[in-house]
Design a protein around this ligand. Sequence first.
Ligand SMILES: [Zn+2]
Length: 404
Amino acid sequence: MRYEDMEFENLRNIYSCISESPGLSRAGVAKHLSLSRTAASLLVSDLIASRLVSEAPGTAESGRGRPGFPLSVDDSFWRAAGAAMDSGKWKFAVCDLSGNIVDASEMEADVSSPESMQNALIKGIRKVQSKFGDTLIPGIGVGVPGIADATHGDILFAFDQGWFDSFNISQRINDETGLKAYVMNRYILEGVAEFTYANPDRIQDMIYIGVGSGIRSAIFSNGKLMYGSHFSAGRISHIQVNPHGKRCSCGRCGCLITEANSAALIEYAEQLLAECDDDSVLRRKALSAPVITKAADEGDRIASEAVRRVASALSKVICMVSDVVDPRKVVIGGPVGMSDSLVSFINSSLDEYFANSTLPFGRFHVSKATITDFSSAHGGASLVLRDVISLMLPSIKACKSRMN
Ligand SMILES: [Zn+2]
């Protein structure tokens, strides 16, 4: 291994050690990583000079010799950005190095075509850049619809948007904003945010299911997000749940997406309203997924029945996927998923499923996502933070040469 590569690895290990175990001293970090005290201390000094790590006066654990000072990531200077396309908007979240959101914004956008969607994204990124200037880490995580090739930054296709041909977005972002783009499905990024920032028990085996116009799951197994050989791991939307259901854009009938996405929810509500004369708040409103789930959560009978139909389709797939993956926790989110009544209908279906099963394990309830707004953009920013040493290496080197 070249010296530079070794130094990079050591910097990365030291940074992640400090970020995962804040409060360690330089000696503690050296011991933890089996590095010499001198080598570790020099690299910690580089990270401090680059404002990635701070060293507070105090009494951290120490071995022999002078007391150590506790180290932690420096949340005062650098900022990481994430963006996500969501219901005709681009949403942006900017975080400190610990992943706390320090700024969130959204802009209405024409996202009807790949071209206009990208134009709007670039415009939004420039706004973020002008606000945060040189404190922005030179990367951005971007949540997009459909199947995204995370290695090349391509959207391969997004059936729910009517985009059937693959196109690249990371190169244009890099060319026009100078930021390295990390492109991932928007619901997977919601799952990443939930797994990273709303998982106090650090559960390592988790499934997150985002339900909106698209449906996608993010599967974490032993702490690692599954990608699959074609970035399709967790693509549950074309699992057939009703052989007699509507024809799906994939050519088959009754896929989960046609039975449980936001359009299906609206259609169920329209059918139910047409079938009876019962009063419902839905009769006085323009139907949308948030309007229907809110009415269901407030006890509206027709809205509840529409949500129950979505829950019934989702439950079937949750049972199938969970039988394969064996998760400890299943979380539901997205514009349709953020509903107490949906979660409660799904849990009733799961109870029924388990009651008819003699298997002694694998019983669980789903829970509603805790990170709501900006969760996908938040997950995007976390991808930047995960790669922060690589992105900041030129800056660390420049800082070092100034000091020498
Ligand atoms: Zn399908």
